[in-house]
Design a protein around this ligand. Structure first.
Ligand SMILES: NC(=O)c1ccc[n+]([C@@H]2O[C@H](COP(=O)([O-])OP(=O)(O)OC[C@H]3O[C@@H](n4cnc5c(N)ncnc54)[C@H](OP(=O)(O)O)[C@@H]3O)[C@@H](O)[C@H]2O)c1
Length: 212
């Protein structure tokens, strides 16, 4: 499949590019700046410089994709511009292009800021708004909401549940990337939102059980 990853030089996005490219997919990786191009190439993707806050840069790269994954993020610095509006721009571009599936990297407690710490309030509101926008679109989609991220080695095992059913905890970025990859396949669940923490169930079976 042709898969476009936004945030392709980021910690999760870059692992995702590698996993998808290793799996035989044609991966286009959106990067924010020219100096990140090599990182995408090294992971096996084709880099394209684009700014998700500028809709006009998204039309062309998205036009060729079967699946689009949003794995970008502001790191808390521009939550309105990047985490909300950047994601919305990508949803719009994907919808206009007739993309088959959209996978959103969101966050536990998105849209429910009272469940998170005060300093994440604006971020959680912004992520919730982007998720709502995707849900209201005509795109087949999955919204993945991980708990706090670590750079620990992945275990390949997770715990997945509907919103507000899991305790907060931690999860390795590589397990989040593998979960996003599992959500890109044709037989993955669709039109579903779930939260994600480290757990005991192999990722592929945890994701595919949601489609039942
Ligand atoms: N931290 C947590 O505990 C946590 C928990 C749950 C969910 N999340 C979500 O997971 C996301 C990804 O995590 P991560 O660790 O992979 O973050 P990351 O390493 O900061 O990756 C985010 C990527 O987004 C890119 N980006 C930022 N602004 C952009 C723009 N305008 N256009 C195009 N690309 C842009 C960044 O590029 P540049 O570096 O070039 O700016 C960066 O490569 C976070 O942003 C957050 O929303 C985080």
């Amino acid at each position: 499949m042709k898969i476009l990853v936004a945030g392709a030089a980021g910690a999760i996005g870059n692992k995702l590019v590698k996993e998808l490219a290793d799996g035989g997919h044609q991966v286009t990786g959106l990067v924010h700046s020219e100096d990140k191009v090599a990182r995408v190439r090294d992971a096996g993707g084709v880099p394209v410089v684009a700014d998700i806050t500028d809709k006009s840069t998204l039309r062309e790269p998205v036009s060729n994709a079967d699946v689009v994954v949003f794995a970008a993020g502001s790191g808390g610095k521009a939550v309105g511009e990047v985490d909300r509006d950047g994601a919305i721009n990508l949803v719009d571009a994907a919808q206009d292009a007739g993309v088959g599936r959209f996978v959103m990297l969101s966050s536990m407690a998105a849209g429910e800021p009272d469940r998170g710490p005060d300093e994440l309030r604006d971020y959680l509101v912004a992520k919730g708004a982007a998720d709502d926008y995707l849900r209201a679109s005509s795109l087949r989609h999955v919204i993945v909401r991980p708990t706090s991220l670590t750079d620990d080695g992945g275990t390949g095992k997770v715990r997945i549940a509907a919103t507000d059913k899991l305790p907060s905890g931690e999860i390795a970025r590589s397990d989040v990337a593998a979960t996003l990859a599992a959500c890109t396949t044709d037989d993955a669940p669709e039109n579903l939102t779930f939260e994600l923490i480290a757990g005991e169930e192999p990722i592929v079976s945890a994701v595919s059980s949601l489609a039942d």
